[in-house]
Design a protein around this ligand. Sequence first.
Ligand code: ATP
Ligand code: MG
Ligand code: MG
Ligand code: MG
Length: 569
Amino acid sequence: MKASQSFLATLKEAPSDAEVVSHKLMVRAGLIRKLNAGIYNYLPLGLKVIRKVESIIRDEMNRAGAIELLMPMIQPAELWQETGRWEKMGPELLRIKDRHDRDFLIQPTSEEVVTDLARNEIKSYKQLPVNFYQIQTKFRDERRPRFGIMRGREFSMKDAYSFDRDTEGLKKSYQIMFDAYTRIFTRMGLRFRAVTADNGAIGGSGSQEFHVIADIGEDAIVYCPNSDYAANLEAAESLSLLAVRAPATQDMTRIATPDQTHCADVAKFLGLPLEQTVKSLLFAAEQAQGEVALFMLLIRGDHELNEIKASKIPGMAQSRFATETEIKLACNSLAGYLGPVGVAPTVTIVADHTVANMADFVCGANEAGYHLTGVNWGRDLPEPMAMDLRNAVVGDPSPDGKGAVDICRGIEVGHVFQLGTRYSEAMGCTYLDQQGKAQPMVMGCYGIGVTRLLGAAIEQGNDERGIIWPISMAPFEVVICPMGYDKSEAVRSAVDQLHSELVAAGIDVVLDDRGERPGVMFADWELIGVPFRVVIGDRGLADSQAEFKGRTDAESQNIPLSEIKEKVI
Ligand code: ATP
Ligand code: MG
Ligand code: MG
Ligand code: MG
């Protein structure tokens, strides 16, 4: 590849909306360009990285026996009505209409369509197990798209769906995917952790997330440095310790039933029907078993808001924000804050300070006479959860007894989930077993954030000069920089020859034929993050030498031209 044909689009400055280093560098290196909030053009170099990520994923998915297919991005509402998700999902689901006024959506994920496919195509136990996957564009109308393509609205995901005869089969399929994910992220050279995630109704360790460790990660992970124990906040067992530690005050021992006034506000905020909201809140209260005097919808960051709006509220018990332990924990910890000042909130939505309009409606007073409005973390209350947890949880014994736990932050790049029969039962996706009896297929689903992985890798690999790609993801593996490409015949023929030689050896090499000054060339390729640089000029050529430098090496070294190939292979 020649640089002149690669559409390099490096920039000196990052856009002002770029908060994190990966976003800044992806724009500056010419990998992406914003079209709209959370919607990006992938420029040629960015697409090249995406293709490399996809190829690692494909390779490992195929090796694990999964079968690639492609499902439509535009899906009919009917299928989603069968599972109830058409109604349940909030505004994160982008709904559209065709010319006949029929309802459609742009897929945020594809359980319904794949289940429909399976119920039509799979009849017998002999056809199971099977695992279908696709790598395709998803759309989620995230409330707060940010960090470039890490939390985009349009993004690419690898989503896989396994179908098994029974739970035992599902466990095997799940383990195969877990192992494949481990290989995928290892091949990408990432520092990551598999963490237990809460999976509501199914229970057990039926759901795990893969997190790339990074300070800007939106999720907190409780882990034990001495063992494999790791769980996200919702699933961390040591959380219960916090609830135990923060004793409820007397005021907190009674459930306050939300009255219609409170609920109207809450419903308005959530964009849900009033009746549904009241039911949900009552349900949450029941779940809390009379131990608390308030509801608290704990919204940790406003990016989660849509999720809560969308799917969490109507099924509180299944919500990772509102499991029984969560509610108790949330209430107790708020009680811990408020007890000393004698405040007893009734219905409270606690949000992080980034939700500016919280102040207007948060809650009203009931006969208890106290209410809390305009919660502003840091001003009215100590910073929520994360900080509180840090103090409470760090140093706790790990549930596996192998040491004390710590907390770090992670970027969720993958998620494996044992779905069970939730979708197959709702949609009548059955097969005939050996006795000829119809049984629901037992499903699992497995996602990887393809485009998010680029950002996550850059968060882990960068310095003041630019991106440091793991070699398996780099847009080019080697760059050849000629000193005087247009001036010296000797240089030109030496670099052309080396270029052809490396291409023939299957190395992804780029020759910088732009005729730029060395400083410009070096800065561009360091920004883009090419792992190896070879500089060839007349002086070195006299001794058949080239200057060789790894992206993270402090100094370049002179090596014989003939040794370059083996250096980069
Ligand atoms: P998050 O908690 O970050 O919102 P999620 O749990 O909603 O993610 P899943 O439904 O588990 O996401 O989807 C599978 C994977 O898709 C995630 O693990 C993540 O890597 C990726 N992903 C999800 N939302 C986005 C997004 N808005 N932009 C880019 N990638 C995303
Ligand atoms: Mg999400
Ligand atoms: Mg998540
Ligand atoms: Mg997830």
